[in-house]
Design a binder for this molecule. Structure first.
Ligand SMILES: [Ca+2]
Ligand SMILES: [Ca+2]
Ligand SMILES: [Ca+2]
Length: 215
């Protein structure tokens, strides 16, 4: 009987080791099965109108949308790009005359357009700048080709143009203000007591909160 004791001890040791090994393999298997990470980069191609030409290309990083490219007119050239930051849209660029050059840029903050820039003479450089609050237009500045001269500044109320500031001598400050009624009809022109600069008009007419500071 006593001779069997070492053999029994060895059996217990093997049993315990087998159990530990089983638990370890099981745990690793579970981790591999459930903790699978999304791929670092993945591109989803979508044929929106089923014409055989893909129109939407979604780039995801670790499962989060990073960018969406659109070909809205199916000419195989990208004409709208949405850039995302932390899963939220941050910037949208558009080629609205489909000539291959971007001509509109919308900068977003917390899901709303904050600043829109538009190239109105199709040379790739913005000429018209629109400041918005919660996506509603408030102030538009005409500055051809992002230059130093500002031709005029429009003020919107409820998205409708109600004022237009103009300069009498193109010195970069505004002396006159034209008023419009609720239906876009031109009213009277008022000479300002003190001329104003674009920064003054932004301070005066663009709603800002701590959260929505327009730069
Ligand atoms: Ca296109
Ligand atoms: Ca264009
Ligand atoms: Ca331009």
């Amino acid at each position: 009987m006593e001779n069997n004791k070492p053999g029994r001890r060895r059996s217990y040791v093997w049993l315990v080791l087998s159990l530990i090994a089983g638990i370890c393999f099981g745990a690793v298997g579970m981790l591999l099965g459930t903790g699978r990470k999304p791929p670092k980069e993945f591109r989803e191609v979508v044929d929106v109108n089923s014409d055989g030409i893909p129109e939407r290309f979604v780039t995801l990083k670790y499962g989060i949308v990073e960018r969406i490219d659109h070909d809205r007119n199916s000419d195989r050239m990208i004409d709208l790009v949405e850039d995302y930051s932390d899963g939220e849209v941050a910037m949208v660029r558009g080629d609205d005359n489909f000539d291959g050059k971007m001509d509109s840029w919308w900068k977003y903050k917390d899901g709303y357009v904050e600043l829109g820039e538009f190239d109105t003479d199709w040379n790739g450089v913005p000429d018209y700048f629109v400041y918005s609050f919660l996506g509603v237009n408030q102030l538009g500045a005409w500055r051809p080709n992002n230059g130093s001269e500002i031709l005029r500044v429009e003020i919107f109320e409820g998205g409708v143009k109600r004022k237009e500031y103009r300069s009498s001598n193109s010195d970069g400050s505004f002396d006159d203000v034209l008023e419009f009624d609720s239906f876009g009809q031109v009213g009277k022109t008022i000479r300002l007591e003190k001329s104003l600069k674009l920064e003054d008009l932004i301070d005066k007419h663009v709603v800002k909160t701590k959260k929505y500071v327009v730069k």
